[in-house]
Structures are given as C-alpha cells and as structure tokens.
Design a protein around this ligand. Structure first.
Ligand SMILES: C[S@@+](CC[C@H](N)C(=O)[O-])C[C@H]1O[C@@H](n2cnc3c(N)ncnc32)[C@H](O)[C@@H]1O
Length: 213
C-alpha cells in the first residue's frame, strides 16, 4: 500500500490499526463517523440486532459491535471479510459478530435481514469506468444497487434502515426511497458524506453533524 493511502487511513481510524487491501482501506469509514452512527442507533434502540451490508474491512462493524446485541456483517469480498475478522479481534467488549461472505441479495443475507432490528448498508459509490474518486449520482449505480436493495428490504417489512451515501448523491435521488432523514456528516469542518435514516432511527428531515477527528 502506498504511503498516501496509509496516511489517509490512519487519519480516519485512530484507535485500531486497520488491516486490509488498499481498495478496502480506501473506502473505509471514519472512526468518529462510525461511532456517531452507533450512538444514533443506541439512542433509539437498546442492544439491537444489526445486519451490516458491505462491512468491508470492518471499520463501521467495530463501532456498531459496541452498542449492538448481535451483528451479522456481510460482504461479498472474501479478503475484506478476513481483514474485518482480524480487525474486530483487536477490540474488547464487543457484541457477538458473525461474518458472512455473500452477496447482499443472496438467500443467506435475506434470512439474516429477517432476524434483525436494524439494517445498515454502505455501498460502493465508485462509478465503473470513472476515476475512483468520482462518485455516482444514481442510486441504481451504487454497488449493491441501493434502489433495488431498498425495495427488497421494504417488501420484507424492514423499517429501521441506514445507508451511507456519497455527498455527490443528490437529496432528490435519495428521497425517491421514501420518508427519511438525510444527515450531512462534517469532519474537521469538511463535509464528507451523508447518512440516510429510516423508521425509528429518523430524527429529522435534513440535518448536519459536525465531528472532530
Ligand atoms: C464502501 S465499502 C464498505 C466500507 C466499510 N463499511 C467500512 O466502514 O470500512 C463497500 C463494500 O461493498 C462491498 N460490496 C459491493 N457490492 C456488494 C454486494 N452486492 N454484496 C455484498 N457486498 C458488496 C464491497 O466488497 C466493499 O467492501
């Protein structure tokens, strides 16, 4: 991994030295933002069971596991699942975390969504054929396809859903999914991405959170 990526990651995640492939680390969440998400969930639900789709190398999983009763962490990339398992072993007092290497739409995944209080998805925003830093502005182009995923979750009667979305994703596009809160996450005065909350997790319509790394 080059020094540039390594220094970006160590800025994002401070308490655990995350292991993983360079793409997985490039896409990883910020520790303060993952902790904020966990806090938001914990404010609405006590010890919830959570299915986390697109766990990647496990940055968000670490924070969620501190407030959850049980976590199913799902990613279709076996190397990321291996790294996420190693990364979560570095923390204490975590909930039971079960890692599944499978697609977001597989039968195995759907059986887990059926069992949980909250579903979180952190899809890949990069756009095939474009630079990695160019993010798609269409829900259907995220991987997995967030539009299709959301339809499936709603059909399954899931209510408490969270997505992590690129800043580039227009609010009008996100609101096609239904009644939700769109929270802009600002870290060290820099807007980074959006969290989208549905169901009991929704606390407003258009909100902002300012965090310090
Ligand atoms: C933005 S990264 C996740 C970052 C991670 N949540 C973190 O905090 O470190 C997106 C992940 O989505 C996974 N992914 C993409 N399409 C998927 C699918 N159809 N099913 C399951 N995982 C998928 C990729 O392998 C990648 O690890």
């Amino acid at each position: 991994m080059n020094d540039d990526i390594r220094s970006k990651i160590s800025n994002r995640y401070k308490s655990v030295l995350l292991q993983g492939d360079s793409n997985g680390l490039f896409m990883t969440n910020y520790e303060v933002a993952a902790d904020h998400l966990a806090k938001r969930i914990g404010e609405s639900l006590e010890k919830p069971s959570v299915a986390e789709i697109c766990c990647g190398v496990g940055a968000t999983t670490i924070s969620i596991s501190k407030i959850a009763g049980k976590v199913f962490a799902i990613d279709k990339n076996i190397e990321r699942i291996k790294s996420a398992k190693e990364n979560i072993m570095k923390i204490e007092n975590r909930a039971d975390v079960i890692f599944l290497c499978t697609d977001a739409f597989s039968q195995l995944s759907r059986e887990r969504y059926d069992q949980v209080d909250v579903v979180i998805a952190d899809p890949d925003w990069s756009w095939k054929g474009h630079k990695k830093s160019d993010h798609t502005t269409a829900l259907a182009h995220t991987r997995p396809d967030t539009e299709k995923l959301h339809k499936m979750l709603v059909r399954m009667d899931k209510k408490n859903i969270i997505y992590r979305m690129a800043l580039a994703m227009p609010d009008e596009e996100i609101r096609k999914l239904g009644d939700c809160e769109i929270e802009v996450v600002i870290i060290d005065d820099d807007p980074k991405f959006k969290y989208v909350y549905f169901g009991e997790l929704k606390q407003g319509i258009e909100t902002r959170i300012e965090l310090k790394s």
